[in-house]
Ligand binder design. Structure first.
Ligand code: 13P
Length: 248
């Protein structure tokens, strides 16, 4: 069985003071011991939040560069994150694909660099509404995975976390139904099973993202192939996210 993960993606929200208050508050809360709790936070807050987060809370980055080092003003490399003690990085979020031209080949490079520096990529995939309406959502997700991940060895792939985030459900309040999430998660696991074998595929955590809230987390997480959530808006509200961590 894959491990259970409740991950918050704060995106470009919170001042440092708000972020510190959030983590200090969250440190006092409790959730099942077998649930990994993670917050992906803005770059300037990584080290400060890692220093105050209690053991069991992972502080992650939201992106890294597709270059190793050099003249790339404004970029942050995987090596820099690793040297700052960061262990996880979100890659391939649809907002990066849409607004910052993170293509599948750029993402392949980012995945390689992250793994080379022993960071765990939380790799996002998912289709826009028009693709689902055309019935091509399985094909698109398969190609997103194939083009950025399928060059990896089984050992490397075993370190990755997958997040399925249908674009039409992100920040819209429209959640995929538990059945829609399960259908795609089972498909993703099958795609990995074909390429890497059943045992690696069974161990792969596949998170669902897109308008996850305290009120719908349990019905999503109870699906056989949904191993947790990647949560945007609701991860900015302590009580909401706490309930999500307790929804497995
Ligand atoms: P929302 O939970 O705000 O829909 O965002 C989901 C997301 O993009 C997490 O990465």
């Amino acid at each position: 069985m894959a491990r259970k993960i409740a991950a918050g993606n704060w995106k470009m929200n919170f001042t440092l003071q708000q972020a510190e208050t959030f983590i200090n508050d969250f440190n006092k809360e409790s959730w099942p011991a077998d649930v990994e709790v993670m917050f992906a936070v803005p770059f300037p807050y990584l080290m400060a939040l890692k220093a105050i987060a209690r053991p069991g809370i992972t502080i992650a980055a939201q992106n890294c560069s597709d270059h190793e080092e050099g003249a790339y003003t404004g970029e942050v490399s995987a090596a820099m994150l690793a040297s700052a003690g960061i262990s996880h990085v979100i890659l391939g979020h649809s907002e990066r694909r849409m607004y910052y031209q993170d293509s599948t080949t750029v993402l392949k490079d980012k995945v390689d660099l992250a793994l080379a520096h022993e960071l765990v990529p939380v790799f996002c995939c998912g289709e826009p509404l028009e693709v689902r309406n055309e019935g091509k959502h399985f094909d698109l997700v398969r190609s997103q995975l194939q083009e950025s991940l399928f060059h990896l060895t089984g050992e490397a792939l075993g370190k990755i976390v997958i997040a399925y985030e249908p674009v039409w459900a992100i920040g819209t309040g429209v959640t995929a139904s538990p059945e829609q999430a399960q259908e795609m998660h089972a498909y993703i696991r099958e795609v990995f099973a074909e390429a890497y074998g059943v045992s690696i595929a069974q161990q792969l955590p596949i998170l669902y993202g897109g308008s996850v809230k305290a009120s719908n987390a349990q019905s999503l997480f109870s699906q056989a192939d949904v191993n947790g959530g990647l949560v945007g808006g609701a991860s900015l509200i302590t009580s909401e996210f706490l309930q999500i961590t307790n929804s497995f």
